[in-house]
Design a protein around this ligand. Structure first.
Ligand code: ADP
Length: 515
């Protein structure tokens, strides 16, 4: 009996041991299964076919069966292939938007959706249709009809806006903010008057006849069947008052028409070009549109285009195909359209008139050409008198007029101490360049400003107002001379002679003046 009990005991123990072993084995098996599954998944991943990128065009069909399972298909474009593909049940068809990137598995089923890829070509919106479609054009004026991506569905898009498009799928993907444009066109209400300009009486009279007279005496021009010019070209080396004149015109026109103030819209040719290669045409249109808007309430508007040669370059010069093929014609058509808007006048400025497309300068366009040259000594005196006035702290007993004469004599001296450099023309002929040869209105103002700055500095140091006199002015001229000399010696001879309209023909070399 006792023996039987012992046997039972050992059997039960053996059973326990076996069960524990069994348990451990089962555990190991589960672990192994898991490991196996992991390895298999890894293997699958390595061997799995690639997923394909595509862009959503639209949901083709979508419904849900009684079990709540979605059955949907969508139109997508992948590369150049346009396809209708099934949508996996895990991707909600209602969230598939036009323009979004989707991934297709090896069976061409949409398995996931990503953001819209907003890279693409920039196009200008020409027309917006009621159904949301857009007519867009490229820089060559080629028009395409595009649909809007889902993200643009509710966006307010207007003619003239810029959109990023994917041309291959004919979808507008993104609206490009317009702030940059605003910076390009400077708008101001100028306070410069003709009285602020020195030494340019002749030029001022010409521009008054060309611009102000037709504006103020419209009926007389009509009576004599005389068409006022649409614009004026001011040309000549930089810093001699072209911009000043244009601003003063805007101001003067406003005076005569009781509209309060004129508007001066200015753009720099190279900025227009550099910033938006390929879409300058749209910008030109934008500038004229802005001018018209500003002129709508009767205010005269001057559109001032500085460095016009860079923008309206002779066609066929091969410098930039963009300039030649689209900008000049666009500008001409806008200018020709100005006719009916009497309050808009274009003033161009350039120091390379030879580079401007002749079509721009033909009669009926910018046919009034006014040369604004460097000041001669007499005109220099008139300019300086605007900045060196009797109300300033001057050396007692000396009037501004006398100081001006001394200053002009120093700047215009044809002597070794104002000898900047020598230049060589294409025939190998060297000629001297003096400060007088390169002086401009801006340089004259700068000389006076230098003397004023010195006076301010001395006043701060000595705690009493310092007088502007012959000494300070001479130092100012000397500084201006040295800076100008160094700048010329560092400059590229050909470029320098072009910009400065230097009379010695084409400068090929520049050398320092002999010491
Ligand atoms: P441009 O347009 O010919 O390059 P600006 O009219 O801009 O030259 O002239 C630059 C600056 O030089 C002016 O703002 C002004 O301070 C000064 N200046 C140039 N010419 C004259 C002038 N004839 N009378 C008074 N100031 C002048």
């Amino acid at each position: 009996m006792e023996q039987q009990g012992e046997t039972m005991q050992s059997l039960s123990e053996a059973n326990d041991q076996l069960m524990a072993k069994n348990h451990a084995l089962a555990k190991a098996l589960t672990r192994a299964t898991k490991e196996l599954a992991k390895a298999k998944a890894q293997l699958n991943q390595l061997a799995g076919p690639p997923l394909t990128f595509a862009t959503m065009v639209r949901v083709h069909a979508a419904n849900t069966d009684e079990q709540g399972v979605q059955h949907a298909s969508a139109e997508v474009i992948s590369g150049a292939r346009r396809m209708i593909v099934p949508v996996a049940a895990s991707v909600p068809a209602s969230r598939l938007e036009a323009g979004r990137t989707v991934l297709l598995n090896e069976n061409m089923v949409i398995v996931s959706q990503h953001d819209t890829d907003t890279l693409g070509a920039v196009r200008a919106v020409k027309q917006v249709f009621d159904d949301g479609r857009l007519l867009v054009t490229d820089s060559g004026g080629n028009a395409t009809l595009v649909r809007r991506a889902g993200i643009l569905a509710k966006e307010s898009i207007n003619t003239g806006d810029r959109v990023g498009v994917d041309s291959s799928i004919r979808l507008a993907l993104t609206l490009i903010p317009a702030e940059d444009d605003a910076e390009l066109v400077l708008e101001e209400t100028p306070d410069v008057t003709f009285d602020d300009i020195g030494g340019l009486d002749e030029q001022i009279e010409r521009i008054r006849d060309a611009v102000q007279m037709p504006f103020l005496h419209r009926e007389l021009f009509e009576r004599y069947d005389l068409k006022p010019p649409k614009g004026v070209l001011l040309y000549g080396p930089p810093g001699n008052g072209k911009t000043l004149i244009a601003k003063a015109v805007a101001n003067a026109l406003a005076e005569g028409c009781g509209a309060g103030s004129g508007v001066f819209l200015s753009v720099k040719g190279p900025e227009l070009l550099n910033k938006f290669v390929g879409e300058s045409e749209r910008l030109i249109r934008m500038i004229f549109k802005r001018a018209r808007e500003r002129a709508a309430d009767g205010r005269p508007v001057i559109v001032f285009i500085d460095e016009m040669d860079s923008l309206l370059r002779t066609r066929g010069s091969g410098v930039s195909s963009d300039v030649e093929t689209t900008i000049v014609p666009q500008f001409l058509s806008e200018l020709d359209g100005v006719e009916s808007l009497d309050n808009v006048m274009v003033i161009g400025a350039s120091n390379r008139i030879d580079m401007i497309d002749p079509a721009v300068l033909r009669p009926g366009r910018l046919d009034v050409k006014i040369r604004v040259d460097r000041p001669k000594a007499r005109q220099a005196g008139q300019i300086i008198r605007h900045y060196l006035t009797d109300d300033l702290p001057l050396t007692p007993g000396i009037e501004a007029k006398a100081l001006t004469s001394v200053l002009v004599a120093d700047i215009y001296a044809i002597s070794e101490h104002r000898h900047l450099c020598d230049v060589c023309d294409e025939h190998g002929q060297w000629s001297p360049v003096y400060l007088a040869d390169v002086v401009s209105g801006a340089v004259l103002k700068n000389v006076v400003d230098r003397a004023k700055t010195k006076a301010v500095k001395i006043s701060i140091e000595s705690a009493e107002p310092a007088a502007i006199g012959v000494d300070l002015l001479a130092k100012a001229v000397q500084e201006e001379f040295e800076e100008t000399r160094d700048a010329i010696l560092d400059a590229d001879p050909v470029q320098w002679s072009r910009i400065n309209g230097f009379d010695a023909g084409h400068v090929t070399r520049i050398r320092p003046a002999a010491q």
